[in-house]
Design a binder for this molecule. Structure first.
Ligand code: SIN
Length: 296
C-alpha cells in the first residue's frame, strides 16, 4: 500500500509536498522549476526537501534546456558521460534516448548509483522526461540509508571499514573491443569507495555498493578468512547479498513518467533502476549530473 502524507514542513513557498512511500520520495506541487533556477530562496527550500526525501518529483515542468541546466548548476558543476552523449548546445545535459533502433538490452537494467566508477561520484541528478512510452518505462529509486540501517547488526559490524572497487570497464566497457575497453580503463581506472559511506551533509550511513561494484579490496584478513577457501566465495557472497538489498520493495519508490515530469535525486543516498519494459516504444530523457565530493 502506498501511504500518501503531507510533509509537515511548512515550505513557506506555498508548495505542497506529498510523501510517496514510507521510505523515500515526495511529489512537490505548485513549483515552477524555471523560477527555482533563478531564485536562491526557492533553491534553498528545494535543497532542504531533497535532503529530507532523497528524491523529489514534479509534473508539468515546461522548462527550457537552459533552465534545466541552470537549476542543476545551482547544486554544483555538471559532468558529461563518457558513453551517453550530451546535448551539443548544453554540455552536461546527457541524452538518454531509446527508440526502435536501440538495442533491446542496455545499461539501465540494474540498481545503481550513477557513476560510482568515478573517484568522485556525482552528488545527484536532475532528470527530465522529454518523451515517455504510452505505458512502462518507470524508474525506481531506493533509500540506501534505510537499506543500511535495516541490515542485521552482525552484518553492519562485518562491513564497517570494508572498501570496494567500482568499474566502468566491467560495465559500460564489457561490450567494447578489447583495445577500446583497455583505453576506457586507462581513462577511468577502477575507483575505490567505502562499503558504508557517510553522507557529507546529513551524516547518515549509506550502503554504498551497487551494479558497478566488482570486489572488496580489504576483505582478505584474518578476521574474515581462516583458510583461503573462506575468501572465495565468502567475499563474493557477502557482496552479492549487499548489492541485492536495493531490490527490497520496502526501501523503494516507483515513478511513472509523463512528458515534462522531472525527478531530482540525491545520488549519495539512493540507487535507481530504469525499467526497460517498453521497447520498441520511444523513451527520451535528459539528465544533468552534478559533480560530487570525495567518498573517503
Ligand atoms: C539513469 O540511470 O540515470 C537514468 C534513469 C532513467 O532513465 O530513468
Amino acid at each position: 500500500m502506498t501511504i500518501t502524507a503531507v510533509d509537515p514542513a511548512d515550505t513557506g513557498m506555498q508548495w505542497r509536498v506529498e510523501q510517496l512511500t514510507c521510505s523515500l520520495g515526495a511529489e512537490v506541487f505548485g513549483v515552477d522549476l524555471g523560477e527555482v533556477s533563478r531564485s536562491e530562496e526557492q533553491f534553498a527550500e528545494l535543497s532542504a526537501l531533497l535532503l529530507r526525501h532523497k528524491v523529489l518529483f514534479f509534473r508539468d515542468q515546461d522548462i527550457t534546456r537552459g533552465e534545466h541546466v541552470a537549476l542543476a548548476e545551482r547544486f554544483g558543476p555538471l559532468e558529461d558521460h563518457p558513453v551517453a552523449g550530451s546535448d551539443p548546445e548544453h554540455p552536461g545535459l546527457v541524452r538518454i534516448y531509446k527508440d526502435l533502433d536501440s538495442p533491446a538490452e542496455h545499461y539501465e537494467n540494474a540498481f545503481h548509483c550513477d557513476a560510482t566508477w568515478r573517484v568522485i561520484p556525482p552528488m545527484g541528478s536532475v532528470l527530465r522526461c522529454v518523451e515517455s512510452p504510452p505505458v512502462g518505462g518507470d524508474t525506481i529509486w531506493v533509500n540506501m540509508v534505510e537499506a543500511y540501517n535495516k541490515l542485521p547488526a552482525a552484518v553492519r559490524e562485518q562491513i564497517a571499514g570494508l572498501r570496494a572497487r567500482h568499474s566502468i570497464e566491467a560495465s559500460f566497457g564489457a561490450n567494447l573491443p578489447i583495445e577500446q575497453r583497455h583505453a576506457m580503463h586507462e581513462r577511468f581506472p577502477d575507483a575505490e569507495h567505502p562499503v558504508v559511506r557517510t553522507h557529507p551533509e546529513t551524516g547518515e550511513q549509506v550502503l554504498f555498493v551497487n551494479a558497478f561494484t566488482t570486489h572488496f579490496v580489504n576483505y582478505h584478513t584474518p578476521a574474515n578468512v581462516r583458510f583461503g577457501a573462506d575468501y572465495a566465495p565468502g567475499a563474493g557472497d557477502l557482496l552479492r547479498y549487499l548489492i541485492s538489498q536495493a531490490a527490497i520493495p520496502e526501501y523503494q519508490v516507483r515513478w511513472r513518467w509523463t512528458p515534462n515530469s522531472v525527478a531530482i535525486w540525491d545520488n549519495r543516498s539512493t540507487q535507481h533502476y530504469a525499467v526497460q519494459d517498453y521497447w520498441p516504444a520511444v523513451r527520451k530523457m535528459e539528465r544533468a549530473g552534478i559533480v560530487g565530493t570525495p567518498t573517503f
